[in-house]
Write a new protein. Structure first.
Length: 160
């Protein structure tokens, strides 16, 4: 996952600057650490069946988001070159990068939740059609459509 950072940044967002304490080794914390959110998304979206249903929609979303961040970062750098004061320039770049990092972490958590919920909904108990009147299994497999991503990747193109 591309997240904008620059050598002109004063700092990174809170989540990206957080270090997991050594005594939490082995704790998979998707609430506080972006690494685990994106690692879990990747893990859940691989495999032939999972990739078609979850991986492709997730990958398409992040591809668009990353493309918008690449474009946005180019605009930020172009604008920053016109700012004479070093501190003002660094603050401007830092603000943009931190906003994108925060948004990506928030969106990543939402997307992970959506994937987990959809995978649970599409679990084996729902893969065989049921008679609507008797609720008995018919033996016919349900074709699971690709997951719908409800986030807006174009928002990553917003540049202050």
């Amino acid at each position: 996952m591309y997240i904008p950072v620059s050598n002109n940044c004063i700092n990174v967002s809170e989540a990206y600057g957080a270090n997991q304490p050594a005594n939490e080794s082995g704790v998979f914390d998707t609430d506080n650490y972006p690494y685990y959110v994106f690692k879990d998304l990747c893990t859940r979206c691989v495999g032939p069946e999972n990739y078609k249903i979850y991986g492709q929609p997730v990958q398409a979303y992040w591809h668009e988001a990353e493309s918008n961040m690449f474009s946005g970062m180019s605009k930020v750098i172009e604008h920053a070159q016109k700012i004479k004061d070093n501190n003002t320039r660094a603050s401007y770049i830092t603000s943009y990068c931190n906003d994108m990092q925060t948004k990506a972490f928030k969106d990543g958590k939402q997307m992970l939740n959506d994937v987990v919920w959809t995978q649970s909904y599409n679990s084996n108990t729902f893969k065989i059609q049921r008679n609507p009147k008797t609720h008995q299994m018919t033996g016919e497999k349900v074709v699971i459509p690709p997951m719908e991503v409800k986030l807006n990747a174009s928002e990553y193109g917003n540049v202050p």
